[in-house]
Design a protein around this ligand. Structure first.
Ligand code: APR
Length: 275
């Protein structure tokens, strides 16, 4: 049973017609990609960053120079990581560790399995798309489980790098470079390999399905506009207006879980009729 906000979701005939139209658009697309944000994981119990109940709304946004601070003193940054003092780190960490994929993650994975989604770009660090079985996921802000070498960009599963609290920062087993958590912090450049993958996925797409983002953080927020500028279409799923709503070709007002599940149902039915 997915955790969601208290307001019961109503699939009105208007919204269902909009979802059906979105499904026709998705099934008719040459190459569709998805872009997701924190809103998609709200139904898994992880608060968003902005808006009502947002982590930054509650605790304030962290300083924008997180990366410069890390580079200035990586050992201190690692001591903070190993025993966080910031309340928001505790709140987000606990929610992410306890979270399980919800119906929205599962519907997107099924759309990929049916060949209707070529790639998925996520701003989320919670690993839930991977846990839902989604294969081609580009984690533009990193993954909370992994570590990354700042020199050679290698990523490591927990336990693959020796983290000795008496000898920080940990070093890359391959090149000896400084190792950091894979999460991209404020002020940090997006790792080149992931960014290249995102640009390639966006460049080839004629349809973008955008779910659960306020579309306020760049470069991810630019991607839907690139698809539109190239003559493609954008389908938005969000219970509230976002920065993207005015530009979106189709904007579906509802929570990710039920709306994406209904989108999958319509898409599957359409695929049946066109078979
Ligand atoms: N289903 C779909 N969307 C939802 C749901 C839901 N159940 N609940 C809320 N939303 C929407 C909100 O209306 C909002 O537009 O999700 C969006 C969440 O926006 P943000 O909190 O700003 O999250 P996001 O867009 O992912 O933030 C981008 O900012 O702080 C950085 O690195 C962080 O990746 C993050 C980036």
């Amino acid at each position: 049973m997915d955790r969601s906000d208290t307001t019961p979701f109503a699939l009105t005939p208007d919204l269902d017609a909009g979802i059906r139209h979105a499904a026709e658009t998705l099934v008719g697309a040459r190459r569709a990609v998805a872009l997701t944000g924190a809103g998609l994981s709200v139904e898994s119990g992880i608060p968003p960053f902005r808006g009502p109940g947002g982590i930054w709304t509650k605790y304030g946004e962290p300083p924008m120079d997180g990366y410069q601070r890390f580079l200035r003193d990586p050992a201190a940054a690692w001591r903070e990581r190993l025993s966080p003092r910031e309340d928001w780190m505790h709140a987000l960490g606990e929610a992410v560790r306890a979270a399980k994929p919800n119906a929205g993650h599962r519907a997107l994975a099924e759309l990929e399995r049916r060949g209707l989604l070529a790639a998925l770009i996520t701003q989320n660090i919670d690993d839930l798309h991977g846990q839902a079985g989604h294969a081609n996921v580009l984690e533009i802000h990193g993954n909370h489980r992994l570590l990354r070498c700042l020199a050679c960009n290698a990523r490591y599963e927990p336990g693959a790098v020796d983290v000795d609290p008496e000898d920080l920062p940990p070093r890359c087993p391959q090149c000896g470079g400084v190792v950091k958590g894979d999460i991209v912090v404020f002020g940090e450049p997006i790792p080149a390999d992931v960014l290249r993958g995102c640009y390639a996925a966006v460049a080839e797409a004629d349809c973008m399905l955008v779910a659960g983002t306020s579309a306020t953080v760049y470069p991810a927020a630019e991607f839907p506009y690139e698809v539109l500028r190239a003559g493609g279409v954008v389908i938005e799923v969000n219970p509230d207006e976002s920065e993207l709503s005015a530009a979106a070709t189709i904007s579906l007002r509802g929570p990710g879980g039920p709306v994406l599940t209904r989108l999958l149902e319509h898409a599957a039915a359409l695929a049946e009729t066109t078979r």
